[in-house]
Write a protein that binds this ligand. Structure first.
Ligand code: PMP
Length: 396
């Protein structure tokens, strides 16, 4: 099939949930991907913050291959060695005592919402059913997670939505305090809002949320689907703020491209899930676990996190220089290798122009260019990306 034929067939047979660029991607390696015409791109989207170790990282590929030859699935009615190993590793390196495995970010957040409610049902007053979430947040595309998501555009036409969510502005502790009632069982938020436009809270915000949750005896739930697994330069974003949540969700980078999600929780909270309360057929399957073990091992045993901090600072410095040059840049913000450039104009023309020139970036919330490259990138990758970006911005 030619590229045009593939695109035509895709439009004919696949539901139109994504607005796609007219290219067919065929191969990836490290920070680069290639399309069906052999054109090379520097990938600063990386599956939207998924391929933290770069495309087709050899350790992950090898782990999946090895596991595929041994066992791919038997169901969760039996114990599975790689699942036990990966859960133990996640527990050892996080605040959590227990893990539930699933297959995506939305499924992880569904699990977290159910866990919080079930915990409230068992251990708090029965009327505590409500979760506070944030304006401009994003938690997924299932019914409960679009309901938890604080952006109306994801909810239009899908009512009736599950109830029990109340929204307050992100980074506003007074608003949060004012919204808490006798019905609140927890607060669900992203440590940095990704889809909401790379919004970084004030330095003491998460600590204040933690204190408030402690004071009221309610749960703090962090959605680290986009910023967990090293993206901010720490294994988990909460480490930067020196707080620990009661529940945390992970996905995206967890398998470096292999689909996987996880709900992590303290012993006390996790005890609300007992056999029969929640499950997922493919959650914790051996292939995903093998991928996850290889990812975590690489993050812990190589200098990836250090590289993320170093290159993240350099990328931010380069973007700040572009801000000084172009008056239509309003702000640069981010932490590690999630960086955002807020514009006073729409970002789509710059995204398209960068792509033509061999750089993949994307635009979130209409006017925020988002940079989430693999954490293994080098200074020269950034130099090349910034050169292309600068040219595209010069055309505006
Ligand atoms: N939470 C956050 C913070 C996300 O960024 C995303 C995906 N963009 C999700 C949840 C949903 O993840 P998934 O697409 O794997 O369901």
């Amino acid at each position: 099939m030619t590229t045009e034929e593939m695109i035509a067939l895709s439009e004919k047979t696949i539901m139109g949930t994504y607005r796609r660029f007219p290219v067919v991607m065929t191969r990836g390696e490290g920070v680069r991907v290639w399309d069906s015409n052999g054109k090379e791109y520097l990938d600063f989207v990386a599956g939207i913050a998924v391929c933290i170790l770069g495309h087709c990282h050899p350790a992950v590929v090898e782990a999946i291959k090895r596991q595929a030859e041994i066992l791919m699935h038997v169901s969760n009615l039996y114990y599975i060695e790689p699942q036990i190993s990966f859960a133990s590793q996640l527990v050892e390196h996080s605040f959590a005592d227990k893990v539930f495995f699933c297959n995506s970010g939305a499924e992880a957040n569904e699990g977290a919402i159910k866990l919080a409610r079930r915990y409230a049902f068992e251990h708090m007053a029965p009327e505590r059913r409500e979760l506070i979430t944030m304006t401009d947040s994003f938690h997924g595309r299932t019914l409960a997670t679009i309901s938890a998501t604080g952006q109306k555009k994801f909810q239009v036409g899908f009512d009736p939505l599950p109830g029990g969510f109340k929204y307050v502005p992100f980074n506003d502790i007074t608003a949060l305090e004012g919204a808490l009632t006798e019905r609140t069982c927890g607060v669900l938020l992203e440590p940095i809002q990704g889809e909401g436009g790379v919004r970084v809270p004030d330095d003491d915000y998460l600590r204040k949320v933690r204190s408030l949750c402690n004071e009221k005896g309610i749960l703090m739930i962090l959605d680290e689907v986009q910023v967990g697994m090293g993206r901010t330069g720490h294994l988990f974003a909460y480490e930067h703020d020196s707080v620990t949540p009661d529940i945390m969700t992970l996905a995206k980078g967890l398998g470096n491209g292999f689909p996987m999600g996880a709900v992590l929780a303290t012993e006390k909270v996790a005890s609300a899930f007992v056999p029969g309360t929640h499950a997922s057929t493919f959650g914790g399957n051996p292939l995903a676990m093998a991928a996850g073990l290889a990812v975590l091992d690489t993050l812990l045993k190589t200098d990836v996190l250090e590289n993320c901090r170093r290159q993240g600072a350099y990328l931010q410095e380069c973007l700040t220089k572009l801000k000084e040059k172009y008056p239509f840049v309003r702000e640069i913000r981010g932490r590690g290798l999630i960086q955002g450039m807020e514009l006073t104009i729409q970002g789509s023309d710059i995204v398209r122009s960068c792509m033509e020139k061999g750089l993949l970036i994307n635009c979130t919330n209409e006017n925020v260019l988002r940079f989430v490259p693999p954490l293994i990138l080098s200074k020269s990758d950034i130099d090349r990306a910034v050169e292309i970006l600068g040219k595209a911005m010069g055309e505006q």
